[in-house]
Design a protein around this ligand. Structure first.
Ligand SMILES: *Cc1c(COP(=O)(O)O)cnc(C)c1O
Length: 424
């Protein structure tokens, strides 16, 4: 592309005929999945701890190297059950830089999420800030391994130990990731995964809690099945958090292709790293060397001072080109209801979060993407960033024209307006 007037946002042809999505699902071997579903129908076991759920839990526990892995109907209910089983009350310290399900799982049980800032290097909860947020009402810390970067688990464990707090992790982004060679699933009191369709490993909808604590595992198993301990014996308050057999069949099938999903994501990540290098104002979010990651999120930071375009303008331009780049997690949980009303000034304590939610955009990856599309997308991003200031001016003119047009239509419907000349 040589001419900015050809960008789709100015009326040109979109760069991609088909829309590219962030979080397009990874699907394993279809024939295997269909065969499993046939078997499931033949044996008429659709849910309630069927053989696929049993097998999936064993395989997941072996993969994670953890004692217990309890599958759940989704990640949010898994969080709610883990929070309840840990006996959390009062206040729990949590980052605002996360998906809304994290604080909602607390607030749903009338536990106050106390938003804590992130370390801008790692995008995970900042242990020094956690310390400052502890009050007599604090019962736990809920860290989030954002985009697969694992929290500073040692520092958080130390704080939790000192203050006798529960330590839980929302590991929805970190299935298959490690810290100091240890797999996620083994940190804190428990870790919660989401196997939602948009996650790198999916069971359509689903989730799991991993823990090495026998007693906690037993309690969560009761809670996920209404508190039933035998056929007619309820010994606890519970809910319905069970995973069904068709989801478990999808999970077993996905696990067989997990290495391939990871390899594809890693190749895509390396390609983005190569092809986005040295673009003014564009920086790819990095990972620690020597650790295992799933690379399910390609997060890019846009510096408007260097490329002349805000992240929001960038996203608008990409959307016009049929690239559904996403602003994860804009505008930040503390700016969403009910938290915005409860804590109108929370942002004052969250400078790194407020900066991040304005600067990052996520780009498509996964098995639905191919290297040719990534090349074209990176070329497009380079063109946009290198011509950022001129594009910015034209976007302003476009807005002014639209406003003038609106005014002139309202005032004198017949008369033609004079247009501001475009820069190109
Ligand atoms: C997806 C996600 C969840 C919720 O998981 P569901 O399975 O969709 O309920 C929770 N936390 C984070 C960080 C997520 O990305």
């Amino acid at each position: 592309m040589k001419d900015i007037a050809k960008l789709a946002v100015f009326g040109g042809q979109p760069a991609f005929a088909e829309t590219l999505h962030v979080g397009s699902p990874n699907i394993g071997d279809r024939a295997q999945l269909m065969a499993r579903i046939e078997t499931m129908l033949d044996r008429r076991r659709l849910t309630n701890r069927g053989p696929y759920v049993e097998e999936l839990e064993q395989r997941l526990a072996a993969f994670l190297g953890v004692k217990h892995c309890i599958t759940m109907c989704n990640g949010t209910v898994a969080l709610e059950i883990a929070i309840r089983a840990l006996g959390l009350t009062g206040e729990v310290i949590v980052p605002s830089m996360t998906f809304i399900a994290t604080p909602h799982a607390l607030q749903w049980q009338e536990i106050t999420p106390v938003f804590c800032d992130i370390d801008p290097q790692t995008m995970t909860i900042d242990p020094a800030q956690v310390r400052r947020m502890i009050t007599p009402k604090t019962s736990g810390i809920l860290g989030v391994h954002l985009w697969g970067r694992v929290c500073n688990t040692e520092a958080l464990q130390e704080i939790a130990g000192e203050h006798q707090l529960a330590l839980l992790f929302d590991a929805a982004h970190a299935f298959g990731c490690s810290r100091n060679g240890r797999m996620v699933g083994n940190f804190g009191d428990a870790e919660v995964f989401s196997f939602h369709a948009t996650k790198f490993f999916n069971t359509f909808e689903g989730g799991a809690v991993a823990t090495n604590n026998d007693e906690l595992a037993a309690r969560m198993r009761l809670m996920q099945n209404f508190g039933f301990s035998g056929l007619d014996n309820v010994i606890y308050i519970g809910t319905n958090g069970k995973m069904n057999e068709v989801s478990a069949a999808m999970g077993l099938t996905g696990l067989e292709s997990l290495d391939e999903f990871m390899a594809v994501n890693y190749q895509h990540y390396l390609q983005y790293e190569r092809e986005l290098a040295d673009i003014p104002g564009i920086a790819l979010f990095r990972f620690e060397p020597g650790e295992q990651y799933n690379y399910q999120y390609i997060a890019v930071e846009v510096d408007a001072n260097r490329c002349g375009l805000s992240r929001d303008a960038f996203v608008e331009i990409l959307h016009a080109e049929n690239v559904r780049a996403r602003r994860y997690f804009y505008p930040g949980c503390h700016r969403m209801e009910p938290y915005r009303s409860y804590f109108p000034n929370a942002g004052m304590l969250l400078p790194a979060t407020e900066r991040a939610v304005e600067r990052f955009m996520l780009l498509p990856t996964g098995t639905a993407m191919d290297s040719q599309s990534i090349s074209r997308l990176c070329g497009l991003i380079r063109f946009i960033a290198e011509n950022g200031s001129r594009i910015h001016v034209n976007l302003l003119h476009r807005t002014q024209e639209a406003q003038l047009e609106a005014v002139s239509i309202a005032a004198k419907p017949k008369k033609k307006i004079t247009r501001t000349p475009r820069v190109s």
